[in-house]
Ligand binder design. Structure first.
Ligand code: GDD
Ligand code: MG
Length: 365
């Protein structure tokens, strides 16, 4: 029986305020919670038993997967106090059933990836590896774990989040998907917090363990920041990224209960959630508009997330913005790029502008 662990205990701080009430893996992308896309991919690769390593808002995962599918057994390893990525893997390992030499898939809970999981498993077996890491190449590796390999794919070092230019020895990074031989995972210390990136992997390499990389050029994105999150969702809708849960490539995914005025343009892989109302001449491009959101006439929303029950006034412009749930942005605002609006905030009409003329002064001088 193929088993897997998904690490979903992080707080998702870079995605606040969206993650104030919802863990990052349960946020909606392309019409489903992100974690459902990952679970569907694991099932397609033959996984029959999955352990969620949870901590932050742990109960919500059990709510999401109650009565899910007979083809997948799901267990929950809940950390009262977060154990770090290595501690979480070790803790979840207690619930595995396979023998000590069984290969166990381990995934970070925020990776959208086109990698062929069966191929990673096959390479792991063929090399009789202790651990196999999926690796990918990125333009700027500084936010990731750097993993140089030799000509045979053997891992030479593991450098998590390099601080200096000298440490940036490669553009090849840890893609957050591993196969562990079960006995290797069971050897991680169980009595304290452990980082798999800062302790387990560098330690295994230093001790001469059989740690190999499986480098591919498949689609890959970590959805941990707002812009990456909206781009990942849009890529699923337009077909750049694949998921068993998404239909044929489209310009937009509009929920059947949403109302979109015929003069509005919803493009670039945008998602419009249940009950949302999109007014005349609105532009929504490469964005996620949540449940029951209303967008008034002429507003323009680019590369942004508008969380459930928020409202956007007429002629307002959002760029790379995150608007928290139940917020209201009045008419004729232009929010600065990358602004995050907390849940329940109200911006009056003509309150904020980046360019052009501000509204006339309403007070007497
Ligand atoms: N259960 C549990 N407990 N899960 C945790 C904990 C914990 O204490 N800490 C983090 N996680 C989970 C997060 O929920 C996420 O799914 C995953 O572990 C990785 O954490 P991130 O916070 O997203 O890490 P990152 O993106 O900065 O870096 C990681 O991913 C990169 C690839 O995207 C590292 O693994 C890097 O080496 C890697 O390159
Ligand atoms: Mg991440």
């Amino acid at each position: 029986m193929q088993e897997a662990i998904i690490l979903v205990g992080g707080k998702g701080t870079r995605l606040r305020p969206l993650t104030n009430h919802t863990p990052k893996p349960l946020l909606g992308v392309a019409g489903s919670s992100f974690i459902r896309h990952q679970v569907a991919k694991l099932m397609a690769a033959g996984v029959e038993h999955l352990v969620f390593a949870t901590s932050y808002l742990a109960d919500l995962f059990e709510d999401e997967f109650r009565s899910f599918s007979r083809d997948l057994e799901i267990s929950y390893a809940v950390e009262e106090v977060p154990l770090g990525t290595g501690g979480a893997i070790r803790n979840a390992g207690r619930l595995l059933r396979g023998p000590s030499d069984a290969p166990v898939l381990v995934l970070n809970g925020d990776i959208l990836s086109g990698v062929d999981l069966r191929a990673v498993l096959e390479q792991h077996e063929a090399r009789r590896a202790d651990v196999t890491l999926h690796l990918t190449r990125v333009a700027d590796p500084r936010a990731f774990g750097l993993v140089p390999t030799d000509g045979s794919g053997r891992v030479l070092a593991f450098l998590e989040k390099p601080k200096t230019a000298e440490e940036c020895v490669t553009d090849q990074i840890n893609a957050g998907c591993y196969v562990f031989r079960r006995s290797v995972l069971d050897a991680i210390p169980a009595d304290r917090e452990v980082s798999v990136e800062q302790e387990t992997f560098p330690g295994l390499v230093a001790r001469g363990g059989r740690v190999f990389g499986h480098t591919t050029a498949d689609y890959w994105r970590d959805l941990g920041t707002p812009l990456a999150f909206v781009h990942g969702s849009a890529d699923l809708v337009t077909g750049r990224a694949a998921s068993p849960l998404v239909g044929p490539p489209a310009e937009a995914l509009i929920h059947p209960t949403a109302t979109v005025d015929p003069t509005a343009r919803v493009t670039g892989g945008s998602t419009i959630g249940p009950g949302a109302v999109i007014g005349p001449h609105v532009v929504v491009d490469r964005s996620i508009v949540g449940e029951r959101v209303t967008v008034a006439e002429g507003a323009r929303i680019h590369e942004s997330v508008v969380d459930h029950d928020a409202s956007i006034g007429s002629e307002t412009i959002l760029r790379e913005a995150v608007v928290g749930c139940h917020s209201h942005v009045g008419a004729e605002n232009e929010l600065p790029a990358q602004l995050r609006l907390s849940c329940g905030i109200r911006i009056p009409a003509q309150g904020v502008r980046v360019s052009g003329t501000a509204a006339a002064c309403p007070t007497a001088h």
